[in-house]
Design a binder for this molecule. Structure first.
Ligand code: HEC
Ligand code: HEC
Length: 235
């Protein structure tokens, strides 16, 4: 199969999987408490004011870099990320659904408009240039093909064959329900390892998307996480 063909196949497989996961989650959410998690399939595309976002971003640059490329490997790159994804993350830090002592402080004083503008600003910046990932490595094989015996889905089914994410910003085209899925390409190994750990432990929770990644993270052993983190960092 050509890699494009394989990617389309995986995207179809992944989107078929989503309602199934949500249905399972919906049952347990009803049993626990209605509205205990946010259904991101209903998230509208984010339109923000790039100039206003730039004006608000001075404080963020200390960690995320003046051009949205992180100054150290414990911080994520924001440049070229999906605007819808960025907005949702800022909201979940503010609400406490995603727990991080630094970012909950950073978002405490941000208004909804600030978060939209910051999301639009970082989405519009040029992403970090692609690296030279080794597709034949253990991380590459897990990312591209998954490990059916172990129950690991192919990451590219939702994150794209080069980890570029499902959307390129900006675009006037209508956004699909998965515009809240992130780009991963070039995030540092330290950051990716930390996030997979947070999904596994439940520190990153509270949305339909976090529930998807919680089950993905639980399918991975420590060596898998290490291999995937190294691969994504070089994508
Ligand atoms: C002192 C350092 C610091 C500052 C200042 C800071 N951040 Fe962060 N940011 C972090 C860290 C650390 C994380 C990763 C948190 C985690 O592991 O969940 C993060 C994560 C994020 C994420 C999630 C990215 C992703 O890929 O999921 C967004 C969005 C973000 N920050 C936006 C901002 C914005 C906007 C500002 C300014 C208002 C800001 N940050 C200021 C350290 C910082
Ligand atoms: C069925 C779709 C799907 C699959 C398959 C999938 N992911 Fe994800 N991933 C998501 C979604 C949706 C999010 C956003 C979660 C959130 O908003 O909390 C995400 C988030 C992430 C993040 C956090 C990114 C950031 O910037 O903080 C990492 C890291 C990640 N995924 C790695 C992986 C890896 C590695 C695999 C393969 C083993 C994988 N994902 C497979 C849908 C998927």
């Amino acid at each position: 199969m050509s890699s494009m063909h394989r990617f389309l196949h995986l995207v179809v497989a992944a989107t078929l999987w989503l309602p199934m996961l949500s249905a399972v989650a919906a049952d347990s959410a009803t049993a626990r408490k209605a509205g205990a998690w946010t259904d991101l399939r209903l998230q509208h595309p984010i339109i923000g004011d790039v100039q206003a976002g730039h004006a608000k971003s001075a404080v963020c640059a200390a960690c995320h870099g003046p051009q949205g490329v992180a100054v150290a490997p414990n911080f994520p790159n924001l440049a070229g990320q999906s605007a819808t994804y960025l907005y949702v993350q800022l909201k979940t830090f503010k609400s406490g659904q995603r727990k991080d002592p630094i970012m909950s402080g950073q978002t405490a004083a941000l208004s909804d408009a600030d978060m939209r503008n910051l999301a639009a600003y970082y989405a519009a910046l040029p992403a970090k240039p692609a690296g030279h990932a080794d597709a034949a490595s253990r991380g590459g094989r897990l990312f591209l093909d998954g490990d059916p015996d172990q129950g690991v889905p192919p990451c590219q089914g939702c994150h794209g064959p080069t980890g570029q994410g499902p959307r390129v910003y900006p675009s006037d085209a209508p956004q699909p329900p998965w515009s809240t899925f992130p780009r991963l390409q070039g995030q540092s190994a330290i950051y990716v390892t930390k996030e997979l750990g947070d999904f596994g432990s439940g520190a990153r929770s509270g949305t339909s998307n976090a529930l998807i990644m919680q089950s993905v993270a639980k399918s991975l052993g420590d060596a898998d996480i290490q291999a995937l983190s190294a691969y994504i960092a070089t994508q």
